[in-house]
Ligand binder design. Structure first.
Ligand code: NAD
Length: 287
């Protein structure tokens, strides 16, 4: 399968990532079917896409005509078989639960075309384990988009144990077609970006907890000392402290490294519902 020959992409999940990925594909001129389990979730996903494009139009970076054409390229359905039956590529972006994902892959596999590539947007789960649920594991690959998908340039391609070289090449060409820069990782916990970024955030929280410095000084040290565009605590607030805790536990359990122990402060903040920007309170306040 050549990435330039893709006629239709099925995106499973219309949440934060699914709706963003659907937009990215439609912006590249590809027809998309977005599937979720309820109409209200599909409506919410489409509203997010329209609002996001509306902002781009109001900044003068896109015409209203182009924005409407992107929206018109996306159809929605709650019917899984209908969503995947004509797709050349299926990108799954449903919740991060292995059991749920495997159940969905079994259904996808029954209804998908022979040549179709199946991809997961998982952040922390094993691509090889998911691939075992599909008929053609050689056509299965991790396509890890970053949030917000229409903005972030990186596409982390994850090569499962049985992913073919052809599928990896397809994924690289797809990244280029979507205007993203690909990097390739083997199927190792946290892949590349989370493996490197999460320990930095854990260490920043631990330093704060131990009273090494104020939150502002920790962030300033990393911004001015290492040219990071954001400090690690600001970044943690942006990603969401619940997401970080979940990822640290998930990756840490697999790596079995003491460095990956979640700091008490992080656990306490999540318990208190201080999840970062999305709850308006994290390490910083967002009134
Ligand atoms: N949030 C992030 O920053 C981020 C970044 C990269 C990757 N990811 C990964 O992307 C995936 C989705 O994360 P999200 O943040 O978009 O979650 P989300 O909760 O915003 O969206 C998940 C959507 O999937 C839907 N869903 C549940 N079961 C379904 C099914 N069987 N078929 C179709 N849709 C179904 C839900 O109704 C929901 O709308 C996860 O694997 C996550 O690890 C998330």
């Amino acid at each position: 399968m050549n990435a330039n020959d893709i006629k239709k992409v099925a995106v499973l999940g219309a949440g934060l990532m699914g709706s963003g990925i659907a937009q990215v594909c439609a912006q590249a001129g590809i027809n998309v079917v977005m599937r979720d389990i309820k109409d209200e979730f599909l409506e919410k996903g489409m509203k997010g896409i329209k609002d996001g494009l509306g902002k781009v139009v109001s900044k003068g970076k896109m015409t209203q005509e182009d924005a409407s054409a992107i929206v018109n390229r996306i159809e929605t359905t709650t019917d899984l078989a209908k969503a995947v039956s004509e797709a050349d590529l299926v990108i799954e972006a449903i919740p991060e639960e292995m059991k749920l994902k495997k159940e969905v892959y079994k259904e996808v596999s029954k209804n998908v075309q022979e040549h179709a590539i199946i991809a997961s947007n998982t952040s922390t789960l094993s691509v090889s384990e998911m691939a075992a649920s599909v008929k053609k594991p050689e056509n299965f690959v991790g396509l890890h988009f970053f949030n917000p998908a229409p903005v972030m340039k990186l596409l982390e391609i994850v090569r499962g144990k049985r992913t073919s070289e052809e599928t990896v090449q397809f994924a690289k060409a797809l990244a280029n077609r979507l205007g993203k820069t690909p990097v390739v990782s083997i199927d190792s916990p946290g892949f590349i970006a989370n493996r490197v970024a999460l320990p930095l955030m854990i260490e920043a929280v631990t330093a704060l907890e131990e009273g090494v410095a104020t939150k502002e000084d920790i962030d300033t040290a990393m911004k001015l000392g290492y040219n990071h565009p954001m400090g690690p605590l600001e970044l943690a607030d942006l990603v969401g402290l619940d997401t970080i805790l979940h990822s640290v536990k998930g990756v840490g359990d697999k790596l079995k490294s003491p460095r990956w122990k979640p700091p008490k402060l992080l656990e306490q903040m999540v318990k208190e519902g201080k999840l970062g920007r999305k709850t308006k309170k994290g390490f910083y306040d967002y009134p």
